[in-house]
Design a protein around this ligand. Structure first.
Ligand code: SAM
Ligand code: SF4
Ligand code: SF4
Length: 343
């Protein structure tokens, strides 16, 4: 018999950070081609997406999650690629929700498939939903997502999620200067009216395919000033140490808004996130070049204790703080793509 994973002492990395959050990418495929994530010139018909046999089964994902919960993970987020293109995702939600120690399960989606999936996800135990929506204006939305899908489809998905009981819903918006920044106030107005919690995210230099340039980043300070000029803001205290979004309250009672300043105000010191790719590699940083391949263990007969020990060793050795070091020295480094590792 192997000892139950949850009996272990929480592990800390080289910088004394525990592992608290697990982001699971369930697929590297997507039904959109957002210009900052999967530009269609790169992710075309001949792009080598992962073959099915290389993708972890739900059972394999749950095994890794169970081991990491034993080491300290309390929050799990499902992402991708587009997680809802993976069939029967609600079954994975149900299994993760049943793991003792998991306090919170969330899903990040582009929202297109929510009309047929929201109710099953809710019934399976999903309580928190983030929908990525970068513009409310159809022309801008189409320019960002680049496959000829209208913004109405996402709005229908959001409405379906609300009807299924998700409320409030979080909206994530990446801001790219000259592409959607002129529409940020319209998006904020929509979120205020509908009671959704909006988070603006600085455009990040993830991967190598999106042609990232610093001048396309709209810094958090500018995002805040632009919002504040229309609806005066008041800062809100962080709800827990290391909260990534800086939150504000609209002084007129219009709810809250957050800004995630991954580029201009890095938060590596409090980064407690591990990321599992769809093909079973554990990444200890969003900007890591390589992950630790867990498949040889998972498919090679290792018992649960062996899997836990391997994960413990990986986390103990972690010293990542890419965003704090971001500079001319880091631009040439090998970096994993966002659609593969999931944001
Ligand atoms: N397809 C799902 C979606 O879009 O919500 C989940 C995966 S997506 C990679 C997760 C999040 O990463 C999305 O909110 C997306 O906007 C964000 N993202 C992708 N590329 C980014 C970049 N270069 N900078 C900042 N955020 C990015
Ligand atoms: Fe797809 Fe999400 Fe990336 Fe857009 S951000 S291309 S929806 S994975
Ligand atoms: Fe965490 Fe890496 Fe992002 Fe720093 S750069 S906050 S270590 S994922």
């Amino acid at each position: 018999m192997t000892s139950p994973a949850r009996d272990r002492t929480p592990v800390r990395d080289q910088l004394q950070r525990p592992v608290r959050d697990l982001r699971i990418s369930v697929t590297d495929r997507c039904n959109l081609r957002c210009v900052y994530c999967m530009p269609k010139e790169v992710y075309g018909a001949s792009f080598p997406f992962l073959p099915r046999a290389e993708i972890l089964s739900f059972e394999e994902i749950v095994r890794v999650a169970r081991a990491l919960v034993g080491l300290g993970v309390r929050k799990v987020r499902l992402t991708g690629g587009e997680p809802l293109v993976r069939r029967d995702l609600h079954q994975l939600v149900a299994s993760l929700a049943g793991l003792p120690g998991v306090e919170d399960i969330a899903l990040t989606t582009n929202g297109l498939l929510l009309p047929s999936r929201a109710a099953a996800l809710r019934a399976a135990g999903l309580r928190r939903l983030t929908v990525s929506l970068d513009a409310i204006d159809d022309g801008t939305f189409r320019a960002m997502t680049d496959v000829g899908v209208s913004v109405e489809r996402v709005l229908t998905g959001i409405a379906a999620a609300r009807a299924a009981g998700f409320d409030p819903i979080k909206i994530n918006a990446v801001v790219k200067r000259g592409v959607n920044d002129q529409g940020m106030l319209a998006l904020a107005a929509f979120a205020r009216e509908q009671g959704h919690i909006l988070r603006f995210i600085e455009y990040m230099d993830v991967g190598h395919t999106n042609g990232w340039r610093l001048d396309a980043v709209v810094p958090a300070s500018e995002l805040r000033d632009r919002l504040d000029a229309t609806w005066p803001l008041e800062p809100l205290p962080a709800r827990y140490p290391g909260e990534v979004a800086t939150r504000y309250r609209y002084r007129d009672g219009g709810g809250e808004v957050g800004i995630i300043a991954s580029v201009t105000r890095p938060f590596c010191g409090a980064c407690t996130r591990a990321r599992l790719s769809a093909d079973g590699r554990l990444f200890t940083c969003l900007f890591a070049g390589t992950g630790h391949d867990l498949r040889p263990l998972l498919r090679g007969g290792a018992d649960d204790d062996g899997v836990t020990r391997a994960l413990e060793e990986i986390w103990r050795g972690r010293a990542d703080r890419y965003s704090e070091l971001r500079s001319s020295q880091t631009t040439g480094l090998d970096r994993v793509e966002m659609s593969y590792i999931g944001g």
